[in-house]
Design a protein around this ligand. Structure first.
Ligand SMILES: C[S@@+](CC[C@H](N)C(=O)[O-])C[C@H]1O[C@@H](n2cnc3c(N)ncnc32)[C@H](O)[C@@H]1O
Length: 239
């Protein structure tokens, strides 16, 4: 593979670590342009995720074995049903899913789904104190809480969510801040210039700077390389 950077031209082997990282980034840009992450469904509901990220979330949930998953960003309910299906396999637990707008047809489909018995939906902004209090009340009743942030992907919003929902996560469990890859796809044809600086990755870095005593990035969940969530799997350290 030949790289042109300014006046510099150099060859990089696609079999080297650098070549692998570059190809993964290229694949992310091309698939994001084609909205490939809108293709999958989970048990009948559309899920807006890359397949690799779905497998990684399965690993996190199976390892942590939460009895509460708080999710921000429901959309069509595919991720909600996915988390509920994992809890069903674990034999316990509930998903609390919060979205500022749950469209009627999506709500009906989620409520009619066989796994709806494990799902609570809340229509509210994730940073509204009502949503946070709802989640905190559920966390008080739970043994192990895991949080997934997949709502509005601006830096300010994700930083607020990390600060509000981070304290609900039990030590050893995770808060997963999704779509940091927005920072890497601002320059694709359907990208937006503002994504370069306004993205979840910045929120993650600021949150970690402020809270490094309690939180760390767990890089094993981004090892598949093509991920929407670089640096997004944040583990609350054990005390
Ligand atoms: C990327 S989609 C969620 C995808 C879903 N988690 C999945 O994997 O299929 C983002 C969702 O966030 C919601 N959203 C946007 N701003 C929000 C906010 N302030 N609070 C809660 N949800 C919000 C949108 O309505 C949209 O449904």
């Amino acid at each position: 593979m030949r790289l042109y950077q300014g006046d510099e031209v150099r060859d990089v082997s696609v079999y080297s670590d650098e070549g692998f990282a570059l190809l993964a980034e290229l694949w992310l840009k091309v698939t994001c342009e084609r909205k490939v992450m809108y293709e999958p469904s989970w048990l009948g509901r559309p899920i807006i995720q890359y397949p690799d990220d779905i497998v990684m979330m399965q690993e996190v949930i199976w390892k942590v074995r939460p009895d509460l998953i708080v999710e921000t960003g429901v959309a069509h309910g595919g991720s909600t049903v996915f988390y509920a299906s994992m809890l069903e396999l674990l034999g316990r637990g509930r998903v609390l899913s919060i979205d500022v707008e749950i469209r009627e047809h999506n709500r009906v489909a989620i409520e009619r789904h066989p796994l709806s018995k494990r799902i609570d939906l809340l229509e509210c902004s994730s940073v509204d104190p009502i949503a946070v209090e709802h989640a905190a009340a559920a966390a008080r009743l739970a043994t192990t809480t895991l949080v997934v942030l997949d709502s509005k992907h601006s830096c300010d919003h994700v930083l607020q969510e990390l600060s509000l929902y981070g304290p609900l996560v039990t030590p050893g469990s995770y808060i997963v801040a999704m779509d940091g890859a927005q920072a890497r796809v601002w320059d694709i044809p359907r990208g937006k210039a503002e994504w370069r600086d306004d993205n979840p990755l910045r929120a993650i870095d600021t949150f970690l700077e402020r809270n490094h005593a309690d939180w760390e990035v767990d890089a094993q969940y981004t090892r598949m390389a093509v991920t929407s969530n670089p640096r997004g799997y944040l583990r609350r350290k054990d005390r």
